[in-house]
Design a protein around this ligand. Sequence first.
Ligand SMILES: [Ca+2]
Ligand SMILES: [Ca+2]
Length: 229
Amino acid sequence: MSVRLTCCVLVAAALLSNAGRCVASSIVNGSFETGDFTGWGTATGSGTITDPSTGIYFGGASDGTHALQMNDDNRLPSLQLGQTVATQAGQLYRLSFDYGRFDPNRDPVAWESQIRVEVVGLGGGAILLSDTFFDNRQDLGEKGHPLTSSQFLHAERDFFTSDSSVLVLFTDLSRGTYGADTMLDNVELSSVPEPATWASLAIGAFCVGMTKVVRRVTSRKQPAANQAA
Ligand SMILES: [Ca+2]
Ligand SMILES: [Ca+2]
């Protein structure tokens, strides 16, 4: 392999390994698989971490076996869940999660699950992200039949921060949750590569591809060269 191609491969490998760091999640216990609120410094109101051992009122999980079940057991929607996360100033981030409405009693009343999501910059207290997500689907799940992972809704939002840490907050604003619970699972926070990074990755991938092409051509020419010799 030529020196130029070797350098190309090394650059590509370095860039691709850097891509792995770009998408690393920094939320602790975002899938609630510890079975408790580990990592979530703020957790007040009605909600609990459930799993299949909960029985016929287990609402399901989109990832793993545990999930957060808000306003469980006909309790009022009041839960607020928060986690402080270290961030890199000047970086774009993507917050993603799965949510859903578990309707164990198939109540005909059109209840609605609502989750408000906020991200607050802890440097100056600026609201970096604020949005509310709704689920008014009826007849999803029933006693002994939790939501399947495909029945969860997926949401993601991007935000930019100039702070070294942010507070990620989820608040249950569901209306009329008697007989139905609001589910949350698979919370992740990832840095989003900037366009320049993607361009570098594309160049790296191109170099790797060209290296393979050159290798193939060289290997094809080799027998002819040997014969000529
Ligand atoms: Ca989970
Ligand atoms: Ca409920």
